[in-house]
Design a protein around this ligand. Structure first.
Ligand SMILES: Nc1ncnc2c1ncn2[C@@H]1O[C@H](COP(=O)(O)OP(=O)(O)O)[C@@H](O)[C@H]1O
Ligand SMILES: [Mg+2]
Length: 187
């Protein structure tokens, strides 16, 4: 267990500390593959740091250098993506508390079972009328859980009456399968 301060990156700032403390997140667990100063975290992206909480959920904490000033819109988009994204439990401008997906990131070469799970998630997101907008290269924005795939990082997501998540995922897989078979042919 480590104090919240150690997880606010690159510099601790009081608004985030205050908001997270009020949400009962004064301490977090040092856990995960990514080193962040003196602690470990599950993930570090361009706008957030993702760490494990004492209740074994995860919290995405807004980076102090993120150009986005508030995570509330992202949290609402993720909340709307029921059954596709990790379930949102609480949020503020500086954090999104959500379900921990114990899984792995999507790889470029996947078997048909995983590909179908991911396409299914994309199809569901289309039905919920959400355009993810960062799914063209899905590696990094899809987590593979025990039974199904989860789409994450709704930072740029928008409501849309005719989303294109499914076709974008389909093209991504087609592209990587084509590349793999060309590569195999010439080695
Ligand atoms: N609910 C979750 N469960 C497990 N790991 C997660 C979860 N959400 C995010 N991660 C991990 O944290 C990383 C960064 O999260 P992400 O939302 O993409 O942050 P950013 O907006 O900064 O890119 C992801 O690539 C993933 O590995
Ligand atoms: Mg990301």
């Amino acid at each position: 267990m480590a104090p919240l301060r150690d997880f606010i990156f690159p510099h601790p700032y009081s608004e985030a500390e205050k908001e997270l403390q009020e949400a009962g997140l004064a301490h977090l667990l040092s856990f995960g593959k990514v080193k962040l100063g003196g602690v470990n975290v599950i993930g570090k992206g361009k706008s957030g740091v993702v760490a494990l909480t004492e209740d074994l959920n995860v919290v995405k904490i807004r980076r102090s250098d993120s150009p986005k000033r508030c995570l509330k819109f992202e949290a609402r988009m993720q909340e709307r993506a029921i059954g596709v994204a990790p379930r949102v439990l609480n949020y503020g401008c500086h954090f999104i508390l959500m379900e921990y997906i114990k899984g792995r990131e999507l790889m470029r070469t996947e078997g048909i079972d995983v590909i179908i799970q991911v396409l299914r998630a994309g199809f569901s997101l289309d039905q919920l009328e959400i355009e993810h907008r960062e799914i063209t290269r899905p590696w990094g924005n899809v987590l593979i859980g025990d039974k199904r795939a989860f789409i994450i990082d709704f930072e740029d997501a928008r409501p849309s009456p005719s989303p294109t998540n499914f076709v974008r995922l389909f093209s991504a897989f087609r592209r990587s399968l084509l590349n793999a078979s060309l590569h195999n042919k010439y080695i």
